[in-house]
Design a protein around this ligand. Structure first.
Ligand SMILES: *Cc1c(COP(=O)(O)O)cnc(C)c1O
Length: 394
């Protein structure tokens, strides 16, 4: 591997010998070991009951998530991707409608729109928050626009006040993609309770991750809640009577039981992620790295829950190669914006259409931020970044 050739020549430190990662990017095993007994007891209880799909366990989780999101209702489903699809179905989005969202997100955000043969309309991002650029939103609204899907990316809530104002003025629905941001706050509200519907994911790498796939919708509109409950079970309220065309997207009782155990730890885990983010900020400041790196934005009216701690630098590729060689695990979210993906080529977008999303894809780098990360591990990360920049480790 040509490590040395990818390092800028002004770096004085010699490239480290390639080694295995010092620790995982996300250490789910350590987390599981600490709650294993609690989880196994719940799994046994659910298996003994043989109530396996929806039912009391799912209802209990729904009530708990509704409370965390500050919404009246929560409706469990099979994944965060399905939550987005169900939200669009419940709002009556169909073929030919337009839905505005960001190209700098996980594929499911726009995929759910396209799946209904509606049209994803992308708007470029703000280079600091990576969320929808409010100044460009209005010009994307047309007579066919039905909804906006802001994404609370990496755990930072989007600028919801402006989005809601624009939605209200134009009669549009707002679906929050809160997959990465459970318990994050915007002003006095939790994400999931700000738009018409909130969508959550329990994919294992999310802040509240299950033992497999799972998702949840939140809303305070009783009619939408009712519609979502019918839509997730084939459009049926009464057995073998189908009042609308739905899908099969239910949450398993086992997942719900495991998620309820983990939910008891969510506040602590979120606080640990926030503490880790602060530690990085302090370490980087001490090492004089702040002038070399763009750190995650933290607007004063929002509480970031750090599903990812994403730094930004024009030297991203060289830095990530250097860190890999030093045994420091990193990830790139996302290496290519959605408007340039083959699956969305039919939309007709081209390179340079969304310059901020494209540049972000080339410059972002996610550092380990999981709750169990130790201070020593963070020092290893910070010192490796410092030595890449020719700064002596502290
Ligand atoms: C994870 C994620 C989803 C999809 O959730 P799944 O449960 O994996 O289907 C949707 N949007 C965003 C922004 C995500 O991060």
């Amino acid at each position: 591997m040509a490590i040395s050739s990818s390092i800028p020549h002004r770096v004085s430190a010699s490239p480290p010998v390639v080694q295995a990662a010092l620790f995982p990017f996300l250490d789910l095993k350590t987390q599981f070991a600490r709650i294993k007994n609690e989880v196994l007891a719940e799994v046994e209880r659910v298996l003994d009951s043989q109530y396996l799909i929806l039912g009391p366990e799912v209802e209990a989780l729904e009530a708990e998530v509704a409370r965390i999101a500050g919404s009246e209702f929560a409706i469990g489903c099979a994944s965060g991707s399905d939550a987005l699809l169900l939200a669009l179905l419940a709002l009556g989005v169909h073929a030919g409608d337009e839905v505005i969202t960001t190209p700098f997100t996980f594929v499911a955000t726009a995929g759910s729109i396209a799946r209904l043969q509606a049209q994803p309309v992308f708007v470029d991002i703000d280079p600091e928050t990576y969320d929808l650029d409010i100044d460009q939103l209005e010009s994307a609204i047309t007579a066919r626009t039905k909804a906006i899907i802001p994404v609370h990316l990496f755990g930072l809530p989007a600028e919801m006040k402006s989005i809601l104002a624009m939605a209200d003025a134009n009669g549009l629905a707002v679906i929050e993609d809160a997959a990465q941001s459970i318990a994050a706050r915007y002003q006095d509200k939790r994400v999931g309770s700000i738009g018409n519907i909130g969508c959550f994911s329990f994919f294992p790498s999310k802040n509240l991750g299950g033992a497999g796939d799972g998702g949840m919708l939140t809303t305070s509109d009783p009619e939408l809640a009712d519609r979502l409950k019918v839509l997730r079970v084939h459009g049926s309220r009464e057995k073998y009577h189908y009042e609308r065309l739905g899908i099969n997207s239910r949450l398993d009782a086992l997942q719900a039981a495991i998620l309820r155990v983990k939910l008891r730890h969510l506040a602590d885990w979120t606080a640990a992620r926030q503490r880790n983010a602060e530690r990085y900020r302090n370490m980087f400041a001490e090492l004089g790295l702040d002038s070399h790196l763009q750190l995650p934005a933290q607007p004063r009216d929002r509480v970031h829950v750090y599903n990812q701690f994403v730094i930004r630098t024009p030297q991203r590729d060289a830095l990530s190669h250097y860190l890999r060689a030093a045994g420091v695990p990193t990830e790139i979210y996302y290496p290519s914006p959605l408007h340039l993906q083959p699956a969305f080529a039919y939309l007709g977008y081209k390179e340079a259409d969304f310059p901020q999303a494209e540049l972000a894809s080339q410059e972002v780098l996610a550092l380990p931020i999981f709750p169990e990360l130790t201070e020593d591990q963070q020092f290893a990360v910070a010192n490796a970044i410092a030595s890449f920049h020719g700064i002596a480790p502290s």
